[in-house]
Write a protein that binds this ligand. Structure first.
Ligand code: DC
Length: 224
């Protein structure tokens, strides 16, 4: 079976990572959540009081070391920022509120895109984000563009955060999702857009199992 690159892009909070993780597990591929990488840079900027200062973020970018380590117990990779596991912390609302601004900085994107391309050089990878099929791996064999209604996405994110014990307001989450969609689609650097050869998946009314059934045939076609 041929090893391929699977690029999954789409709107915020529509289950890209859950879907990508399931595909990677099934195919014994590496899963990379590129949103987590932009979130880690954002967390670093917050912790160092640089969040409103793009110039200083750029000047100090070489101090940011990001890597993933596989957690055998959880059966998935976790993200590390300068040696510290930040996998949970990067999902908190104060990071979500600032990540669009940080991910719009050209130098941040250059650094992370280079890292992502290095991670996928041997193929056998499922990567999710906003610009994977357009910029990171324009020649990926399988490209999927995911979306879902804002209501469904906000409910999913609300459930995820409340399960973690974070006290959140549904309206705040909805606004954050809409603002991030707008910022992602309208930024100058690698805006979120569907690659011409990407296949759209609207999972508003689909379970993960149904999404896996949907993708099965596509994977067989591309790996044969
Ligand atoms: O996938 P996510 O919601 O965790 O991503 C967080 C933010 O990072 C998102 O609002 C946009 C940005 N991002 C990006 O610009 N490019 C990517 N490849 C992945 C994420």
């Amino acid at each position: 079976m041929k090893k391929i690159i699977i690029a999954i892009d789409g709107h915020s909070s529509c289950g890209k990572s859950t879907f990508a993780k399931e595909i990677a597990k099934k195919m014994c591929y590496t899963f990379i959540d590129t949103g987590a990488m932009y979130r880690a840079v954002t967390l670093w900027a917050i912790e160092n009081n640089l969040i409103d200062n793009a110039q200083e973020i750029v000047a100090n970018l070489d101090k940011v070391v990001i890597n993933f380590k596989f957690n055998e117990q959880l059966e998935r990779s976790e993200i590390y920022l300068n040696g510290k596991n930040v996998d949970s912390e990067i999902r908190l609302m104060h990071v979500s509120d600032n990540v669009s601004a940080v991910s719009a900085i050209a130098e941040v994107r250059e650094k992370l895109v280079a890292l992502q391309q290095q991670m996928g050089q041997d193929k056998g990878i499922v990567m999710d984000g906003r610009d994977i099929g357009t910029t990171v791996f324009p020649s990926a064999e399988l490209k999927i563009f995911m979306t879902a209604s804002v209501e469904v996405r906000a409910q999913r994110r609300f459930d995820e955060l409340t399960q973690k014990g974070e006290s959140v307001q549904m309206e705040h989450i909805k606004t954050n999702i809409q603002q991030r969609d707008f910022a992602d689609e309208n930024r100058e650097q690698s805006p979120l857009r569907k690659a011409d050869d990407a296949i759209v998946l609207d999972n508003s009314a689909m379970t993960v199992e149904e999404q896996m059934q949907w993708v099965d045939r596509l994977i067989i076609d591309k790996t044969e």
